[in-house]
Each structure stands twice: as C-alpha cells, then as structure tokens.
Design a protein around this ligand. Structure first.
Ligand code: ATP
Length: 302
C-alpha cells in the first residue's frame, strides 16, 4: 500500500462513500500539523460523514485516509490515543456526574492535565458534581470539550462544536480552541455551517457541498481572491466575459460581477472595454461560501 508523508495531521485522497441517497464523492484534503481547518457545508453536505470516516466510525468504499500518520480505519486504535473527538453522538452517561467522567477519562489517558481541567471547569462555568442529564445543551458541549481538551490530544476533531450555543458560550469555546493552538504541533478540524465562527479561528477553510469538496485553501487567500465588482455598462457597450469572473447579475445598465481570482488588472480590463467599474468590494466568508456553492452547482448542472 502507498505510504504518505506524516507532516499532515489529516490526509484524505480520493475518498468515496456511497449511501442509497447520498454519495461522498472523491474527497481529498490535507490539514498540515499546527493548523486549524474549518469544514463548511450546508445541511446534509457530508460534513459528519467525512468526519466519521476520519474517525474510523464509517468505512469508506474507496480512497486512502491517514490521521496522524495512521491508516484509517485499520490503525484507528493507535490513532485515537492522540485524537480528541467531540460530536453530538458522543457517549456520556446521563446518570453519572461530570466528576465521574473526569475520573474515568483521567484513569485511561496518561497525558490528562488535572490543573487544566480545573481551569476549564471554572472558565466554562461547570461543576464537577453536576449529573450529565441535568446539563443544558451548551453545558453538555462544554463538558464534552473539557473531557477531550484536558487529555491534551495532538488532534481535535469537532463536529459542529458551536451549533446551538449562545453567543457568549460560542465565544468561550472558540477562545479555548485558539488557546489549544498555543502548543505547537496541535491541530484542529471542526465542521460548522456558521461561517463567522470558522472565519474567526481557522487557518484553512474547506467548502463541501452535495458530497463534494468545492474549494479548499487558506483563509487569507479566499479573502484576497474573492471580490465583488459593481459595474456600469453604458448603452451600446457589451459586457465582456472576462477570465476570473464566475458570476454576473445584471439590472439594466448596472451589473455585479463576482470574481474568485481577483487581480487589479481585472478592473482595468473592464475599463478598457468601456465598462465603468464603480466599486470593488471585499466579500465576507459567508458571501464567498454562498457564491462558491452557487457556482459549483451551476457547473455540475451545466
Ligand atoms: P448537517 O449539517 O445537517 O449535520 P452534514 O453535512 O453533517 O449535515 P451528513 O450527516 O454527512 O451531512 O449527511 C450527508 C448525507 O448522508 C445525508 O443525506 C444523510 O442522509 C446521508 N447519510 C448519512 N449517514 C447515512 C447512513 N448511515 N445511511 C444512509 N444515509 C446516510
């Protein structure tokens, strides 16, 4: 079997998984060690399926998956020592207290950092004598995060960690994830449909839609390359199709062009055809996500 370099925390090559009504199609992605990747996709896009494959919980039909240098699912036992995984279906015992869970996990993982666990209890406003069944959704998410963070894993894999949290709790969780990265060489993959959360803390961003990765690159490049150009098209002038423009919306003499490969020369190229560029605007990650999804769906349907 082909060997992959281990400078990546996560590596997927041509991974596919077929369900009756859904296909995760030829997924390739790489998360370098020491970085945070946000996996953004709409409902049903395939985020959880991708994450479950990474964790060895779902077996892929084809392709290769390596996590921390271990082939998945074959070497999942070895890999999981160094992965902290939080998802909706994390098994917590309702009738037991948070303290019981802490003692249980500490007894298994030698890297458990008791002082850090105490800090997290305070920061997250949790009490160790609380039973899991009495916790609110947000408290439960924070408890689950505490249980994985204090193990000090090399890789955190978090399936929608901020979904359903209030703004204060979201801020606390995101701040803690940034703190985690103070230790060199640790990495985080987290999925979300909240682009603001992803924009706030990610180095790398991957967009997934209808089971396919539609774009993946570092955050700064997205914000740099995507622009909206507000154009004025004088009567008698044709709006040219320029490379780097992936969408045009026209309303009379006004038009809005979206570029995913913006260079200042693009504005001069319009001007040279007689089209006036009134404004070049930056786009938020949410706008980039939506434009990206629309463009990719148009291409598939074309
Ligand atoms: P959401 O944001 O809504 O949680 P998601 O991006 O995490 O969505 P997935 O949970 O990966 O999406 O689901 C993708 C698709 O795969 C869905 O259409 C779902 O019905 C399908 N799917 C997932 N697991 C199975 C399964 N065990 N059997 C059949 N279909 C499945």
């Amino acid at each position: 079997m082909k060997e992959y370099a281990t400078d990546a925390a996560i590596e997927m090559h041509g991974v596919s998984k077929h369900y009756r009504y859904f296909t995760l199609d030829n997924i390739s992605l790489k998360l370098p060690r020491g970085q945070i990747m946000g996996l953004i996709g709409a409902n049903g896009a395939g985020k959880s399926t991708t994450i479950r494959i990474l964790m060895g919980l779902v077996h892929h039909d084809s392709g290769h998956v390596q996590v921390l240098g271990h082939n998945m699912p074959a070497q999942q036992v070895a890999a999981k020592w160094n992965i902290g995984f939080v998802s909706e279906d994390m098994r917590l015992y309702d009738s037991m207290t948070l303290g019981w869970h802490i003692d249980f996990i500490r007894s298994i993982y030698p890297n458990w950092d008791a002082a850090y666990a105490q800090q997290l209890l305070k920061r997250f406003g949790l009490r160790s004598e609380q039973k899991m069944k009495g916790l609110s959704h947000g408290q439960r998410v924070k408890a689950a995060l505490l249980l994985v963070l204090a193990r000090k894993p090399e890789l955190l894999v978090l399936d929608e960690p901020t979904t359903g949290l209030d703004p204060v709790a979201r801020h606390e969780v995101l701040r803690e994830l940034t703190n985690v990265m103070a230790d060199e060489g640790r990495s985080i993959l987290f999925s979300s449909h909240n682009t603001q959360d992803v924009e706030q803390i990610s180095d790398q961003i991957t967009f997934i839609d209808r089971g396919r990765i539609i774009d993946s690159m570092d955050k700064e490049r997205y914000l740099d390359r995507w622009r909206r150009l507000r154009l004025e098209v004088p009567r008698g002038v044709d709006l040219p199709a320029l490379p780097g423009i992936i969408g045009i919306r026209r309303d009379g003499s006004l038009a809005v062009a979206t570029s995913n490969a913006f260079e200042p020369e693009l504005a001069s190229a319009y001007e040279s055809t007689g089209v006036h560029v009134r404004r070049v605007e930056n786009m938020t990650l949410e706008e980039i996500f939506i434009a990206n999804v629309e463009h990719s769906r148009d291409e598939v349907e074309a």
